[in-house]
Every structure is written in C-alpha cells, then in structure tokens.
Design a binder for this molecule. Structure first.
Ligand code: ATP
Ligand code: MG
Length: 256
C-alpha cells in the first residue's frame, strides 16, 4: 500500500473557535492507483490533500506514504492546484524546469523531458512564450507538465480543471490519461465533476458534507484505455447514477 490514512481527523483553530473539517477518515491507496475524491464544497477535500503533502498537519490519526509517517512537508510529490501557479516572469519551459532547478536535477536531461511533456499537451510551439501569452487551459497544461517533470511517485491534483471550459476540460482529461499510461504513478484527484471522476479513476471516494467522512467508495471497472465516448455507455452512466444516488441518500444533494 503506498498511502495509508488511518483514523485521520482535522480541526482548525480559528478566531471564532475550532472548526472540525474532517471526522475520522481512513483510506488506503495502492501504488499507481488513480483515485478521485468527490464531495460538497467545504467537506475537507483540499484539507485532506494538504495533509498528504505535509503542508497542513493532521489533528489525530496517522498518515504514511511508502511506509514513512508524514509529520512535516513531504516533497516526493507533484501538485496541481485549481489555479495555475506559473511564474509570470519565466517562459513556459522555464516554468516547467523550475521543478528540476529546485530539486537540483540534471538540467540537460530534464530539458529534454520538459520538451517531451510539452509536446504531449500541444505546447511544443509555446515553450518560449510567457504565461500571460497563453490561454487558461494552456497555462494549466504547463502546470501539469511542471508537476510531472520529475516523475513523482505521487501526484496530487486539487480540482485542476475546475476553471476550464468543458471542451478544454475533456482534452485535458484525455492528456492526463495519456501521461498516466506513459508513466504510471499514483494519483489523488479532487473534482466536483462525477463524470470526470468516473472517466479517470480506478476508484471514486465520495465524501459527506463537513465535517467530511467517507460516505462510499465505488470501484470503476471500466476497461482502459478509455475514450471520451465511453461516457455514453450504459456501464458509465450506471456508475454516475450510483454516485448520484449516494449524494441523494446521504442528503448531500436535495431536491424539492
Ligand atoms: N486554514 C484554515 N483555517 C481554518 N479553517 C479552514 C482552513 N482551511 C479550511 N478550513 C475549513 O475547513 C473546511 C474544509 O475546507 P476545505 O478547503 O478542505 O474544503 P473543500 O472540500 O476543499 O472545499 P471546496 O470544494 O470548496 O474546495 C471548511 O469548512 C473551511 O472552513
Ligand atoms: Mg478545495
């Protein structure tokens, strides 16, 4: 098991007193597994991700990655946030290479890899542009290349495509699947989109409203590689419905 989360809770202390973000939560993630988390806004998804990176501490319970307990910042990961975090004064390729620079990796070798990644996501001709010369989707693609540059054994993605239009989002879903096929890695992917979660994942974790707990975990047994058209198949729609039903039965989603 690569990631072990055991009875982890999180309570933030604020000016207005403690805020319980997560109730006891346990989850194991296997190596090279693609796991998505869906759940209502404020249920603690980002909190859980930040605790895995060690940037936010957990209040109780245990988290370990590859057998090592997480008690402080953990750097053997790649992270992609909802809003890209590109540096405006660096070109696209130099933004991607920042990952290698900070880690003091071989720049010649990683420049080659950066170019390869940029090519996969259709940014080959844009490597010398600055972020402000790119569209939102292109910026996010560059961020993904940066997160993947050093082949991290764990990739954390917090609603990386939330701010994008539907078509760009579809394209990035396809690109991400291609990356993942080429260089398998463990992915924890947070999204509000049930369809995106089913399309990408081996397992979908459904969280309750705050304080978050795991309401259900659904195994997605759809064949891979998956094409976008799989979203119209009865099996796919059944998975989406099943997740929707969990939202309804647990009161996360209410209708009049
Ligand atoms: N730094 C913080 N200090 C105090 N409370 C926080 C902090 N970060 C998050 N919270 C609280 O913890 C709860 C969970 O927040 P979190 O950002 O993890 O939710 P989320 O599931 O990622 O939501 P969204 O889908 O809107 O991004 C929220 O109710 C929020 O008020
Ligand atoms: Mg969040």
């Amino acid at each position: 098991m690569l990631i072990k989360i055991e009875d982890v809770t999180k309570t933030y202390s604020t000016r207005n007193g403690p805020i319980r973000a997560l109730d006891p939560l346990s989850l194991d993630i296997k190596q090279n597994e693609f796991v998505s988390i869906v759940g209502p806004s404020g249920c603690g998804k980002s909190t859980l991700m930040m605790m895995l990176s060690g940037l936010v501490s957990h209040s109780t319970g245990r988290i370990s990655i590859a057998g090592k307990p997480i008690n402080g910042p953990y750097t053997d990961i790649g992270i992609v946030f909802q809003q890209d975090t590109l540096l405006e004064w660096r070109t696209v390729i130099r933004n991607v290479l920042l990952q290698a620079e900070l880690r003091k990796l071989d720049m010649v070798k990683y420049t080659e890899r950066a170019r390869h990644l940029l090519e996969i996501v259709g940014l080959k001709d844009f490597e010398n542009m600055y972020p402000h010369e790119l569209s939102g989707g292109m910026r996010q693609r560059a961020s993904i290349c940066r997160a993947l540059l050093h082949n991290p054994p764990l990739l954390l993605m917090d609603e990386p495509f939330g701010a994008l239009d539907a078509l760009t989002r579809d394209q990035l879903n396809v690109d991400l699947m291609r990356f993942w096929r080429e260089s398998p890695t463990t992915v924890l992917f947070i999204t509000h989109s049930v369809s995106e979660a089913v399309f990408l994942s081996d397992r979908v974790v459904i969280m309750s409203a705050r304080p978050g707990r795991i309401e259900d975990v659904v195994d997605i047994n759809l064949p891979r590689p998956r094409r976008l058209a799989i979203r119209e198949t009865p099996q796919f729609l059944e998975y989406s419905r099943r997740i929707g039903r969990v939202f309804e039965s647990s009161g996360i989603l209410r209708e009049d």
